[in-house]
Design a protein around this ligand. Structure first.
Ligand code: PEP
Ligand code: MG
Length: 915
């Protein structure tokens, strides 16, 4: 036997003394469920006894090709014997049997993704024993048929439909509506029928251990049942839906799942029994109210499956047989919040009036609820402001910034359902997840419409814009998953009568039929379905978000151990600048001036590049000067008193030209139509010039600062536009414009030295012309490894540095930023060659280049102001590294990411290193 402890007990011994070995801090070992079961035992809550097999055992088993590590089975057997002793019952006992549940439980919650087996230990003998004990054959046969059904489906992979069909047939024959109305005899017959289905569908060749008297039989030995069930739960860590869920939620694949083996508590023992799931607060909007559903006389899976209509948790106290349990539950809600200082969700069962806790964890919530709960808990003294800021997932804020229905839009509500996950979406109706994935691959936007979703629908839910179901409550699968993903979802819209096979849905009370491809809109904040496309708008940043962000700003802008963490915006026009100020941006960290050459202005720059006539080129330049000056006037006015970093023209020039192949076709057409040579000659000359500019590797070619050396008129014009706009505002409007000029794609200190001289000369000329003092810093954009490696040299002639981490990623990896993500990055991610897409989340080598360059630059200029304006500036995972490891002063990102960056920067500040 190895020294590794693989099994941890929880619950009491036969004398009621707690023998729990785990704790909530052990979730990487015991999984979230196992760790918190142990914690609940420690704080004296009623938990049925059991044990947890560690996640590490799962990984060892999987890594060895589904082979048990030495000693593990012995340890499990000993724990099972110990549990039997503690409970005073034995598995399979023909008089008073112990029954157990076998549940998965990974370090991070993966609702419904992995397997569970309930009622394990039932066999023909123990069923009789249980009847003798309970005097309730209905309960026993119901439990046994559920066990066979679940074991066959989950452990042996038998098609679950076969059992559902048999159950439906039985209801029809018995003339009853629900399973609960079936008689004990009906259920007993079903047990035999289910065993028959098992025999007919399990392969003897694959399962020789289940052969009895020459034929396959449902296993009667509880030890065999248990071993197979645990193996199935381990195996479910690698099932397709669990893998998709982990990928979508950034959960590492090598954590494994724990297995919890626990004495059963029964919610299906009659009218004084029940089962339910609940939250200590409302997870949809954060209100201080209990939230959840329960079902009388049912087992847990009935609640989540959305099969029977549940009742709201508030009503439980109205049932006399459940009143005591409801009061106990309320007390436990308070204990849990007091202990975990957070909103908890729980699963519970009431067995003949006695409440048992089966699970608790910190509950998932919408972004809106997360903000509300954090603010309330600060007011209640449960947490402080820093903790409130720490608790909000910056990525989740996207939910709040998601579009909503335009309030001024005119629309008729087609159907109503539950407002299960906020945000609005428009798309074509599809009725299956496969169709959703296929449609999205063709570039269409879809709404996935399902009766109720199940874990296999995950891929469709990820692909769809929104989800609409006709059944299920707010704790149903669709609701829980959509909330976690931040996808809009309307649940339980019963008027939508779906015929998935015919790919259509009738809308009750109307003669409307929705067919695949019809466009609908859903609003998950209100729970509304509308035919056709409703215009969407984005929400304003107000209320709770403002409060949390103001706390975040307090934190990130105080000096702390290092320096304040600033957030700027990438904006190229006054509208974006205005919006970004509303989102809380402090300055413009990147204005890409080439974005100002789009639309009709493209003609002017084309004329400049393509003409041989100096007079025509000069006119084009002066036109460009006029429009750029006008743009900068507006931008600097909007940003009065705040820095605006203007980057000189950057992309390869042929991006501004017509596609040569199209021009060639045009010329050929004109030739065929007999166009005169006078018309064709200039077109041919234009084509020759465009062809002459084409490069094999434009991203590594004539772009960035190189353009300024090949076309020296361009930077002269741009710097003049910047300086004159600033001078005009100072002289004529008494404003305080603060432009800065940034030179892109610098590789050599000499490039920066020469460009700086050019810029300074123009600035001095303009200052003299306007008779004002102009202080316009000239900085360098570091986007190439060579520049980072020589940042100390470059720093000598740069007033500030800003890292273009998009290009820096491209040039560090040698991965084309234009092609990598469509051509090979998916394969790299799938094969785990890279953990994350380096164009989204900064790679450690790129981060190291930034860190080293900042250090080198500050070695010559200790106060050098350094920022980042690549996409990573808006990525929460990158922001922490950029501030805390690389030591930059600010990140700059697109307007909608500014709130996310403010929060992520505050969280980074809370974790800042001591310097
Ligand atoms: C960058 O390269 O990171 C950057 C911000 O510049 P652009 O994306 O315009 O190349
Ligand atoms: Mg760049």
């Amino acid at each position: 036997m190895s020294d590794t402890k693989r099994v941890y007990r929880f619950g009491s011994d036969a004398n009621g003394v707690d023998v729990t070995e785990g704790a909530s801090s052990m979730k990487y070992m015991l999984g979230g469920k196992g760790a918190n079961l142990a914690e609940m035992c420690r704080i004296g809550l009623p938990v049925p006894g059991g044990y947890t097999i560690t996640c590490q055992t799962c990984m060892e088993y999987a890594d060895a090709g589904n082979v048990w590590p030495a000693g593990a089975l012995d340890e499990i057997e000993a724990a099972t014997r110990d549990l039997e002793e503690r409970m005073g019952k034995r598995l399979g006992d023909a008089r008073d049997p112990l029954l157990v549940s076998v549940r998965s439980g990974a370090p991070f919650s993966m609702p419904g993704m992995m397997d569970t087996v309930l009622n394990l230990g039932l066999n023909d003998a123990s069923a009789q024993g249980l009847i003798a004990q309970t005097g309730d054959p209905h309960f026993v046969w119901d439990s046994y048929r559920r066990f066979i059904q679940m074991f066959s489906d989950v452990v042996m992979g038998v098609d679950a439909e076969l059992f559902e069909n048999a159950l439906t047939d039985k209801r029809l024959i018995a003339g009853v509506r629900t399973d609960a109305e079936l008689s004990a005899d009906d259920l007993h017959e079903l047990v035999e029928e289910f065993k028959g289905i098992f025999r007919a569908n399990v392969s003897a060749a694959e399962h020789p251990e289940l052969i009895v008297d020459g034929a396959i039989a449902f296993p009667q030995d509880p030890a065999v049942q248990l071993k197979l069930a645990i193996e199935a739960v381990f195996g479910s860590w690698m099932n397709e839906r669990a893998c998709i869920y982990r990928k979508a939620n950034d959960i590492p694949d090598d954590l494994g799942t724990a297995v919890n083996v626990q004495a059963m508590a029964y919610g299906n023992k009659g009218e004084s029994s029940a089962t339910g799931v609940a939250f200590t607060r409302n997870p949809a909007n954060g209100a201080r109210e209990r939230y959840g559903d329960f079902l009388v006389n049912a087992q847990g899976e009935d609640v989540v499956a959305g099969i029977r209509n549940t009742e709201p948790i508030q009503k439980m106290g109205e049932y006399p047989a459940l009143a005591q349990a409801a009061a106990d539950l309320e007390r436990i809600f308070q204990i849990l919040e007091g202990h975990f200082h957070d909103m908890c969700d729980i699963e519970f069962t009431i067995e003949q009036g006695k409440l048992w806790m089966l699970q608790t964890r910190v509950g998932k919530r919408t972004a809106q609820a997360a903000l509300r709960i954090a603010i309330d808990m600060v007011e209640e003294g449960l947490i402080d402001r820093a903790e409130a800021v720490r608790r909000i997932d910056p990525a989740q804020l996207d939910q709040l910034l998601h579009p909503q229905f335009d309030a001024s839009a005119d629309f008729e509500v087609l159907a109503r359902g539950l407002n299960a996950s906020p945000g609005a979406a428009v798309g074509e109706v599809v009725f299956s997840s496969d169709d959703a994935v296929a449609a999205v691959a063709e570039g269409r936007k879809v709404i996935l419409v399902r009766w109720e979703t199940n874990p296999d629908d995950l891929k469709g839910m990820v692909a769809a814009e929104g989800i609409l179901t006709s059944h299920g409550g707010k704790t149903s699968h669709a609701a829980v998953i959509a909330r976690g993903m931040g996808a809009p979802c309307v649940c339980g819209a019963e008027a939508i009568q779906i015929d998935a096979a015919a790919k259509e849905a009738r809308v009750a009370g109307t003669d409307i039929v929705l067919r695949e491809g019809d466009v609908i809109s859903i609003d998950g904040t209100e729970g509304i379905v509308v035919a056709g496309a409703v215009p969407l708008v984005s929400v304003e940043l107000t209320g709770d978000l403002e409060t949390i962000l103001s706390w975040a700003d307090e934190i990130r802008l105080r000096p702390g151990n290092t320096h304040p963490y600033h957030v700027r915006v990438n904006a190229d026009n006054p509208e974006d600048a205005e919006r970004a100020l509303g989102f809380g941006a402090e300055a413009i960290g990147l204005c890409r001036t080439e974005h100002m050459f789009l639309g009709e202005r493209k003609n002017i720059i084309q004329t400049f590049i393509l003409s041989d006539d100096p007079a025509v080129r000069e006119q084009a330049l002066s036109d460009l000067l006029a429009v750029q000056t006008g743009d900068f006037l507006k931008m600097f006015r909007t940003m009065d008193g705040r820095d605006v970093v203007v980057r000189l023209i950057d992309p390869p020039l042929h991006e501004f030209l017509d596609a040569p192949r199209e021009l060639e076709v045009d010329i050929a057409r004109r030739e065929a139509a007999g166009a005169p040579e006078a018309e064709l000659a200039p077109l041919r000359a234009r084509l020759r010039r465009i062809d002459g500019m084409a490069e094999m590797n434009p991203m590594l070619g004539l772009r960035g600062v190189r353009l300024s050396f090949v076309f020296p008129e361009l930077p002269l014009m741009q710097v003049r536009a910047v300086a004159s706009a600033a001078a005009t505002l100072i002289r004529d409007e008494g404003l305080d414009p603060r432009p800065e000029v940034m030179v892109p794609l610098v590789a050599l200190a000499t490039e920066q030295v020469q460009m700086r001289a050019v810029c300074e000369q123009v600035i001095a000329e303009v200052a003299a012309e306007f008779g004002v003092a102009l202080d316009i810093p000239v900085g360098t954009m570091l986007e190439l490894p060579r520049a980072c490696l020589t940042a100390d040299e470059i720093a000598r002639s740069a007033d500030f540095l800003c890292f273009g981490t998009n290009d820096l990623t491209q040039t560090t990896f040698g991965f084309s930023r234009d092609d990598a993500e469509s051509k090979f990055m998916p394969v790299y991610l799938h094969r785990k060659l890279v953990e994350k897409n380096p164009f989204e989340t900064i790679d450690k080598a790129v981060l190291e280049l930034v860190r080293m360059a900042v250090e080198k630059a500050r070695s010559v200029k200790p106060a050098m102001h350094c920022g980042v304006c690549g996409e990573h500036g808006g990525d929460p995972a990158s922001i922490r590294g950029l501030f805390n490891t690389a030591g930059v002063d600010y990140v700059s990102c697109s307007p909608y990411r500014v709130p996310i960056a403010r929060l992520a920067a505050a969280q980074a500040k809370l974790a800042e290193p001591v310097r």
